[in-house]
Design a binder for this molecule. Sequence first.
Ligand code: SF4
Ligand code: SF4
Length: 153
Amino acid sequence: MIGILKGMATTMKHALDGKTFTVEYPETAPEVSPRFRGVHKYSQERCIWCRQCENVCPNDTIQIVQDDQRNGEQYNLHVGQCIYCRLCEEVCPTDAIVLTQNFEFVGDTKDDLAYNKEELKNVPWYKDIDPLESREPDRGSWVGEGEGEVDYQ
Ligand code: SF4
Ligand code: SF4
């Protein structure tokens, strides 16, 4: 009984203190945690086609295509399969992948969210994400920050 009363007191305290923890999305954009992991950006300019991201991805979200000389030909991203674990970003030796804080995208089917590197440049919700602005702020391993244009898809 005392436990129930304590629980009710806590509930009433929070109900009456005027604080809200929800927002009316999409009219109001929620503030996500600095460590939030959203869709990732890929840079062909930085990629050395080592395939580590493809190998580490637990969900076949990334597919790297190479020719018979092991030259990189294509980078396919199946965003609908991503579980935002960030393993690809951590393993990438050149920071060619960076998870951003963007989560606002939709598709009718999972296949609607599969793109190659050329298509990524034209996806409306993807192409305008600035990876430098939207990356996790406390990352210190950024390569080449502030040194000119960064070509991310
Ligand atoms: S965040 Fe995880 S699931 Fe998503 S592409 Fe990277 S390794 Fe794969
Ligand atoms: S780990 Fe980085 S450099 Fe290697 S293939 Fe993936 S994106 Fe390219």
